[in-house]
Design a binder for this molecule. Structure first.
Ligand code: NAD
Length: 431
């Protein structure tokens, strides 16, 4: 194995260069070096057989200098404090890249949620809120969905919070069901936003969607909606993968029926997660998940988990560009290699920001009681995300840096301004 660093130290290793380029105050370096607060709890769940189990859970509030903390909650057997903290750090950067008035946080529970019954899952979701009730809040820290936590889970969590408060508090959580104050367009927002960023970049390159092929790793919420909308926009989706396998069809795949098929038993049985996989599809080639990453396509979309591309497999990537929908799918070392291989990376902090932008719009709607149409939401998403993406692209061109460095510069500049506005060491200097 090439890289053994913790996720946070890998993420932090990209920062020294950014701080030096911006010549930021030492306060900024110190403040962003570690999380503000990390809360940990043993989350009790009464199982269906009567036994009591405790699952380790966290809420990492990395920084709030630009506004209340914002970030998803992940249920996964491999969740740990390092992962949650790093995801919180990336949320700080992401919210600032796209200029949202939020800081960054992330939560998680170390659990295999697919091994729980629906009632056990609901009890776990509610217990998570009871465990962290005192530290979250609509002006303090607003959770949202992430891997294995969808709108059903967000609904239970929002309900639990409101029950404890003895009043409706819809702005406590985003990504809720529409019937509970969720926003039109939120479910597809991450995938849609990623498509907007890809479109803006392709346009600048003079590339047309009809001439571009795409392989998508991760056919979950973000990956599916991206693939569906990209196909509608004219791109050719030639491969898809999930945790069980991958499929490939040179002539192109239609993600919508594949998704419907994958979700059929889930809907029939009223389940939260689907049991099926893309690899139950017939009339397509079955390939391995690793083979998908090595396909000769115009764009490789990474929409699963962190560290999909490391120094172990980066040499095999043959795509012209990588679109990061997952958080942290490329390690810092592998990133350097992609750059040497002249492969463009559209970075996570920009490419997957559509979700948090529409979460912000959901939060505003909940606070004002004024609810908007999907077309209005999509137009606002496009304005905000494409506007900020164009600023990054211009900066990359001017400073002759890659898009990740440009996005980080845009982000850290704004964070530094906020930290300075709160008061810095300079206040104590004479000159
Ligand atoms: P999800 O749980 O709905 O989907 C994850 C998908 O990845 C599943 O299809 C799973 O089978 C697949 N997967 C897991 N391991 C894989 C592997 N080794 N190879 C191929 N596929 C694999 O989660 P999601 O909400 O779509 O999130 C995916 C990524 O996008 C995460 O990194 C998440 O943090 C990021 N993200 C999500 C949102 C959002 O709004 N949902 C917003 C921003 C970022």
């Amino acid at each position: 194995m090439g890289e053994q660093k913790s996720l946070l130290s890998d993420a932090q290793s990209r920062m020294a260069d950014i701080f030096d380029r911006l010549d930021v105050d030492d306060d900024v370096r110190r403040q962003l070096h570690q999380p503000m607060r990390v809360h940990q709890a043993a989350i009790p769940v009464r199982m269906d057989n009567g036994s009591l189990r405790f699952f380790p859970g966290w809420r990492a509030q990395y920084d709030h200098c630009r506004g209340p903390c914002k970030g998803g909650i992940r249920f996964h057997p491999k969740v740990n404090v390092d992962e949650v903290t790093t995801l919180g750090f990336w949320m700080v950067l992401k919210c600032a890249v796209v200029n949202l008035p939020f800081g960054g946080a992330k939560g998680g529970v170390q659990v295999d949620p697919k091994s729980l019954s629906r009632m056990e899952l609901e009890r776990l979701s509610r217990a998570y809120i009871r465990a962290f009730y005192d530290v979250i809040g609509p002006n303090r820290d607003i959770p949202a969905p992430d891997v294995n936590t969808n709108e059903i889970v967000m609904g239970w969590m929002a309900d639990e919070y409101s029950e404890i408060c003895r009043k409706q508090v819809p702005d406590i959580i985003t990504g809720k069901p529409l019937a509970m104050g969720g926003s039109a367009g939120r479910t597809a927002a991450t995938g849609r936003g990623a498509l907007y960023v890809l479109d803006a970049w392709a346009k600048r390159q003079g590339k047309r969607p009809e001439n571009m092929t795409i392989a998508v790793q991760g056919f979950g919420n973000a990956g599916y909606h991206f693939a569906r909308l990209a196909r509608e926009a004219g791109y050719r989706i030639v491969a898809l993968s999930d945790s069980k396998g991958a499929i490939h069809a040179r002539q192109g795949l239609d993600p919508e029926p594949i998704w419907r098929h994958k979700n059929k038993t889930r809907e029939l049985k009223g389940m939260v997660y689907c049991e099926s996989s893309v690899c139950t599809e017939s009339d397509v080639d079955q390939i391995s998940q690793d083979e998908l990453l090595a396909l000769d396509v115009d764009v490789l979309v990474l929409a699963a988990l962190e560290n999909a591309i490391t120094t172990d497999n980066v040499g095999k990537v043959r795509a012209g560009a990588v679109l990061e929908i997952a958080n942290g799918p490329v390690t810092a070392e592998a990133d350097k290699r992609l750059s040497e291989q002249k492969i463009t990376v559209l970075p996570d902090v920009l490419a997957n920001a559509g979700g948090v932008i529409v979460s912000y719009l959901e939060w505003i709607q909940n606070r004002t009681g004024d609810y908007w149409s999907e077309s209005y939401i999509n137009a606002r998403l496009s304005d905000q995300l494409v506007g900020q993406a164009e600023l990054c692209f211009d900066r990359a061109e001017e400073a002759k840096v890659d898009f990740r460095v440009a996005a980080y510069l845009q982000s850290v500049e704004r964070i530094a301004e906020a930290i300075a506005s709160h008061g810095t060491q300079r206040y104590f200097c004479d000159e």
